[in-house]
Design a protein around this ligand. Structure first.
Ligand SMILES: Nc1nc2c(ncn2[C@@H]2O[C@H](COP(=O)(O)OP(=O)(O)OP(=O)(O)O)[C@@H](O)[C@H]2O)c(=O)[nH]1
Ligand SMILES: [Mg+2]
Length: 251
């Protein structure tokens, strides 16, 4: 029996989340919001907003620990509540809730697959983010010796909790903005199946991004250096995996 809930990392996004909440509720699923050390005012606004909602669980980090740490906190808690899968989605309403059904439909047919969004953008998206993704695609292809990862940065995904456990049993995972990419590369290393569904990502005019260009790009460069080193160590294993996949495809 598969059970799904949202896990929503939240960092000083109370205003955007208040606008997103009615949209989120249309999915009619329970949700865990993990506040990641927001300001007192922002946390108070979030707590007041969710106070009367039986579908909501609010967890709090005393200090800012990073987006990935917030997702992990939510995932552990989801396990204790009896969920089998979490749907990671951002608090700022950038993701399209209408696609949740397609994500869950696929996941129910393939319970051990990580289902991730593959974003498409409208003209409102900052060009640097769009081109940055293409560069990242090349890095992750090298790190996995495959083109299985169609997008490594999207924060809208269904994770089977078992797959998270299998990955973190064996690997260190970055807990900041490096989390989303790190998880998928290590999923490929562990031969966990991935599936991508196109999904629209919006950038409303008043949106607040906590992506810090210098700090987070340095973090991502360090991540890719670690992943490239990890790939070199695993090269024989990865090449064997690709050879097996090639044989399985009937060559
Ligand atoms: N940046 C950041 N976000 C966090 C943190 N902890 C939780 N989050 C949440 O993680 C999600 C993604 O953060 P955003 O700042 O929107 O980053 P992004 O979506 O990658 O960047 P943009 O595309 O520019 O919006 C949001 O729901 C945040 O509230 C943190 O420490 N830093
Ligand atoms: Mg955002």
């Amino acid at each position: 029996m598969m059970k799904y809930c949202f896990v929503i990392p939240h960092y000083n996004h109370d205003k955007a989340f208040a606008e997103f909440l009615p949209i989120l509720k249309t999915a009619k699923l329970p949700y865990i919001v993990v506040d990641d050390g927001s300001t007192e005012d922002s946390f108070a606004a979030l707590a007041a907003l969710l106070d009367q909602d039986n579908d909501a669980t609010v967890l709090e980090h005393a200090h800012n620990r990073g987006k990935g740490a917030a997702v992990f906190t939510g995932a552990y808690h989801a396990r204790t509540l009896g969920f089998t899968h979490i749907i990671q989605i951002d608090a700022d309403g950038q993701h399209d809730i209408n696609d949740v059904k397609a994500f869950i439909d696929y996941s129910q047919q393939h319970p051990s697959t990580i289902v991730s969004g593959k974003p498409y953008f409208e003209d409102d998206a900052p060009k640097i983010r769009v081109y940055g993704r293409r560069v990242t695609d090349i890095w992750v292809a090298l790190e996995t010796w495959s083109v299985q990862i169609k997008d490594s940065l999207c924060g809208f995904r269904v994770y089977p909790l078992q797959s998270i456990e299998n990955i973190i049993d064996k690997h260190y995972i970055g807990v900041h903005m490096d989390f989303d990419t790190d998880m998928l590369v290590k999923a490929v290393w562990e031969e966990i199946p991935l599936h991508f569904i196109p999904t629209k990502v919006i950038y409303p005019e008043d949106s607040v991004s906590h992506f810090h260009y210098l700090r987070d790009n340095v973090l991502l460069i360090k991540l890719h250096i670690r992943l490239l080193a990890g790939m070199v160590i695993r090269l024989p294993k990865l090449l064997m995996q690709r050879f097996k996949q090639w044989i399985d495809k009937g060559h």
